[in-house]
Write a protein that binds this ligand. Structure first.
Ligand code: BGC
Length: 753
């Protein structure tokens, strides 16, 4: 044991020396520091402070006099957002700003592909440049803690290793194309309920091992140039003025050299923001405008601190070339090469959850297909607030199926159920659209149901499109539950009674409750909000042109109450009326003085979110507590089967490695995502039952075998020691569990670390 420890510490020292000698990805930002200091020396205090807050809704100021261009921001994360008017989000009515709509976060994560995440980033980067944008407000990489989370669709996964690998590669892809990322929302932004004021109370080990990982890799290994502090508080402090997050961890431990940009409306004070790590207030200047100048006059703040902040902003400005005004926006934003990337991601994202009796792929003899459900025709590019995209085009599932089916196959369509248009602001108005439901739990409409059943009865196969929509899963609110809306369960049961040859395709960003649907659906596909070419990719999978190969990036619980935050009563919090965020939009509040507003804020309830489940997020909880989910994390079937050969394993000072042969036992080309989990028998430190530590997407021709090697860096096996406040390695037995899903382990081995 002593020897191993010695080797490890020597190895750690050698790694440290090597790391010191080599420039880190963040050092790219300091390359121009001399020039930057010369610029700062010429700036007036007023010019400097102008850089610390918004200039328009999507820009912050440069210094024209000194040839420093303004910084232009764009949402993110699934396509460059349509141009808005200077002081709001309303459309500017441009013609050339239609972008490529990339599959949303959970769809990207379902590919489990670092390579595709990189390409996705390059696609976003290319289109950002065409629009003259310097910073993409993305990727959005928070851990999916709640199945009901309004932004689950934006975020990647419930697992930190998967999220971090994708967040790193997305970041590299964007920045290699000359645009900065603004990785968001830092940190522990896992709910929309009371998002403007909720205090996420999370212990330090869980924070480090789970919630910070996707940010850490993007910053440390990817050189992320900017970071967006979240709306919420973490352990008592707002993220935009959180000393521990911004100064101690981000800048101190991770060596971040760039700028932080508050979420829109997420800055809360002058002193807090100035002293605890914020660079740019978005939007407004009530905190980082004149009050900064006044505070310097009184001696409460120093100009040196302002210089530091300006230096960090200018580092990004110097690292990202501004796009000349006469070059930007001269071409359509959406480019064919980016549309192809969106298609490649969509093809690998689709998850085959169930396929009994091989209903899929659709048989060659199929002559009449009944497509049922509004989600087959609803476009998913816009809505869901900030992450909506004005797409150049979007192939819906019905269009994709019709095109692929060709002339010889009849494709019938019926809406089946009403569409829930979401929570409306202001007094309720009667909808004129006969297909719109007035309540999310409105039962099935008898006329729509009868029409759908009639089509189902006369078709060879029924494809039912269920799931949610972007009014149900959206930024700004969480779902009340994960039930399928507007009578969908009733519809699918009636369809199955009419025709047993039935496939369900779920169009949603997050999980849904499938307890009623599953018994009446021989085949189930998770189709996501899958981007501009989503319908094309789906048809390719349904017709068997390609084998499905996506794997779930989160657990589908059987019922909501099984999931950790609900089981422990941690969510929802009973405190009502604490949503500070809505104050931004209240006319009466906007007219108040700073003192009046502060008094109002102080008197408001203080909602909290307790993370007592600790690291047992997602499958870590289900496995440890032995609760069977509907579909497990990592689950996803193919049209072929894969053989996992015997695994060999070894451990060295820097990594644990496993090797095995993987065989495609079918006839057609297919990809498998192999997953390596670890368990720690006999550990003294508390661990979840098992944790993902490595994975790979492997492409194989029919009948082909490849030797696959997976590597776990030893540093990824460490835990955060709350006594020493440092990363620590527990030596001892490590069980290696290799499989096709978290509940489908095929090979096991053990090593000592
Ligand atoms: C969202 C951010 C987004 C920003 C600008 C905020 O409401 O939380 O993700 O980037 O708006 O649109």
């Amino acid at each position: 044991m002593y020897r191993i420890k010695t080797i490890l510490s020597l190895a750690a020292a050698a790694a440290l020396v090597a790391a010191c000698a080599q420039p880190s990805p963040q050092d790219r930002l300091t390359a121009n520091d001399k020039k930057i200091d010369a610029v700062i020396a010429q700036m007036t205090l007023e010019e400097k402070v102008e850089m610390l807050h918004s200039k328009t809704n999507m820009s912050s100021a440069g210094v024209e006099r000194l040839g420093i261009a303004d910084m232009h921001y764009a949402d993110g994360p699934f396509g460059i957002r349509e141009e808005g008017v200077p002081n709001g989000f309303q459309s500017a009515g441009w013609q050339l700003d239609s972008a490529t709509y990339f599959p949303t976060g959970s769809a990207l994560a379902a590919t489990w592909s670092e390579e595709l995440a990189y390409q996705y980033g390059t696609g976003m980067g290319i289109e950002a440049r065409l629009r003259g944008k310097d910073v993409i407000l993305g990727p959005a990489v928070n851990i999916q803690r709640l199945p009901v989370g309004g932004r689950t669709y934006e975020y990647l996964s419930e697992d930190p290793i998967l999220s971090a690998a994708l967040s790193l590669n997305y970041t590299k892809g964007v920045q290699d194309k000359g645009t900065a990322v603004c990785i968001k929302h830092f940190a522990v932004n896992n709910q929309e309920t009371n998002r403007g004021s909720v205090d996420a109370q999370v212990d330090e080990r869980t924070l480090r091992e789970i919630y910070l990982k996707p940010f850490e890799r993007a910053v440390v290994e990817g050189g992320a140039m900017s970071v967006m502090p979240a709306y919420n508080k973490v352990n008592g402090e707002y993220c935009s003025e959180n000393e521990h997050l911004l100064n101690v961890i981000l800048r101190g431990e991770w060596g971040f050299k760039g700028m932080t940009v508050s979420d829109w409306g997420g800055t809360h004070s002058t002193m807090g923001a100035m002293l605890h790590g914020l660079n740019v207030q978005m939007t407004g200047d009530n905190y980082l405008g004149k009050p900064v100048i006044d505070s310097i006059a009184t001696g409460a703040l120093t100009e040196e601190l302002v210089n530091e902040k300006v230096r960090e902003i200018l580092r990004v400005r110097f690292a990202v070339q501004p796009v000349p005004e006469d070059v930007a926006n001269t071409k359509m934003t959406s480019q064919p090469e980016c549309q192809q990337i969106a298609k490649a991601v969509a093809e690998k994202a689709i998850v085959l959850l169930k396929n009994e009796g091989a209903v899929l792929p659709l048989q060659a003899g199929v002559k009449k297909i009944a497509v049922i459900g509004q989600n087959a025709v609803l476009k998913t590019q816009s809505g869901g607030m900030g992450a909506g995209v004005k797409a150049l085009y979007e192939v819906t599932p019905l269009e994709g199926i019709r095109k692929r089916a060709g002339a010889g196959v009849e494709v019938l369509y019926a809406p089946g159920y009403k569409n829930y248009p979401g929570r409306r602001w202001g007094p309720p108005t009667a909808s004129k659209d006969p297909y719109e439901a007035s309540a999310i739990d409105e039962p099935a409409d008898p006329a729509l149901l009868a029409e759908a059943v009639k089509l189902a009865a006369e078709a060879d196969v029924v494809i039912f499109f269920g799931g949610t929509n972007k009014n149900i899963e959206t930024e700004g609110s969480d779902r009340k539950n994960i039930d399928l809306p507007t009578g969908q369960n009733e519809v699918v049961k009636a369809l199955y009674a009419a025709n047993k040859n039935l496939v369900t395709v779920l169009i949603s960003g997050g999980p849904t409750d499938l307890r009623e649907l599953e018994p009446v659906s021989p085949a189930i596909v998770q189709g996501w909000w899958n981007g501009t070419e989503g319908g094309t990719a789906l048809a390719e999978v349904l017709f068997g042109d390609i084998a499905p190969s996506g794997k779930l990036p989160f657990t589908f619980p059987a019922k909501l109450e099984d999931s950790p935050a609900f089981a422990l009563g941690n969510f929802p919090d009973k405190t009502q009326g604490g949503d500070l965020f809505t104050l931004m939009f209240r006319e009466d509040v906007l007219k108040m003085s700073a003192e009046e507003r502060q008094a109002l804020i102080d008197a408001m309830p203080k909602p909290t979110s307790k993370y007592t489940e600790g690291p047992l997020v997602g499958y870590r909880w289900f496995d440890t507590k032995e609760i069977k989910p509907m579909y497990a994390f990592g689950h996803g079937l193919s049209y072929v089967t894969f053989g996992y050969g015997a695994m060999t394993a070894s451990a060295s000072a820097d990594a644990v490695r496993v090797s095995f042969d993987l065989t495609n036992q079918g006839q057609m080309a297919a990809d498998e995502v192999v997953q390596l989990y670890v368990a720690r028998p006999g550990a003294t430190v508390e661990w979840p039952a098992k944790e993902l530590k490595a994975f790979a997407r492997v492409s194989l021709q029919g009948g082909e075998t490849k030797t696959v090697t997976l590597e776990i860096p030893v540093k990824d096996l460490r835990y955060w020691n709350v006594d020493t406040h440092a990363w620590d390695l527990e030596h001892g037995r490590l069980q290696l569990l290799l499989g096709a899903a978290s509940d489908d382990i095929r090979q096991q081995a053990e090593v000592n670390i």
